[in-house]
Design a protein around this ligand. Sequence first.
Ligand SMILES: [Zn+2]
Length: 463
Amino acid sequence: MLQGIPVRLGFAMAALWVGAAVADTEAERLLKARQAEFTQEVIEVADGVYTAVGFGVSTSSMIVGDDGLIIIDTQIDEAAAQGVLAAFRERSDRPVRAIVLTHGHGDHTGGLRVFVGDGRPQIWGREGFGSEGRWLAQAGLTVQRLRGVRQAGMLLNSEQRINNGVAQAYWPKRRGPSGVFAAQNRPTHFFTGDRGALDVAGVRLQLVAADGETGDQLYAWLPDRRVLFAGDNFYKSWPNLYAIRGTGYRDVRAWIESLSRMIAERPQVLVGGHTRPVIGADRVTEVLTRYRDGIASIFEQTIAGMNQGLTPDELVETVKLPAELAELDYLKPYYGNVEWAVRAIFAGYLGWFDGNPSNLFPLSPADEARRVATLAGGAEALRTAARAALATDPQWTAQLCDRLLALDPDDAAAMLLKADALDALARELLTATGRNYYMTTALQLRRAAAEASTSGGSGSAGS
Ligand SMILES: [Zn+2]
């Protein structure tokens, strides 16, 4: 009956949030300024070494050797890879002799077949390649794909999505969410231990084990031209020490050590897995050192706080990047977020229990919501408070809506109010993955509300 009204209101508000008439927030202004990192270009980073940026979502590089090419990373899909290959072909028509995959994530491997072509290049990776994807698959876990669609913003339009913080907004031409692990996109050659070397087309390229974003990560080091290809252990953003699509613990200490090893090579050029290369020995050393020191600072503060018995909720209140690091553009949380890193470090070492015995066997969400509603003077009083908070405190609105939905999972009005709160939170957040997650969930809540309304409130509101 009345349920149709909030649905229409909800859509009207959604149109407001994404409409051109609304002025950009500071976060949106910064995300839009980021687009400069994704301008499509092939950059000659050193003599005979080219890096393609702004084609798909990740970088690909080409080293021109005496009688052939070495390619490093192969884009997210074949369409992006074809664009890169065509641009590389304007610089060299020599055959591809070898391909190096810095790690197993789909955004670096999806276009492999295009670079393989009709030749039989060696395809190099590290032993254990694809371990993250295998670990999830062996458990039968699939929900990270749905969460990955939210994190990547695949269901959003371009105005909502803006970009992914370290890559342009891109909708892959292959099926599946970002971060899928295609079994066929695998190396033919593996190196074991700490360091391997590749001698192809007169080029000597070192491959170095570098645990970090993944346990199968490597960096490639071209010593004669001092170019370091970092994979995803470096890009210009606070790193994704934890991905909200759902990941196991990314070994932060190992990541710090990998960065120290990269600094010790004294590169002239640093090619990250995303964003534009950093060029110039002094600049590379400075950037890598501060990047490493930033991660180390958060790690050490978190461990110190854990040793004092602080819970994750308490830690995120106090653990911060030092001011002189926080202001650096390449450490701003465009993609990863310091708070999520702190929680990941806690969970990685101590697991889910925060140390507070009240949380050993907490009330169920419905039980807790009933008691909070009683304290507040009833569910409608909760709803009034949730509505009143929307303009100034959307986080509180969202948390109160969670109580309303715990009381009644088919409460369409609470879904719509929560959707508005999530959109408001999204617009203030710089971290693109979180922005995408908020906005996609808002979209899904509005759909669920429409379903709950048309089925008279008796349908399932799952999303
Ligand atoms: Zn990547």
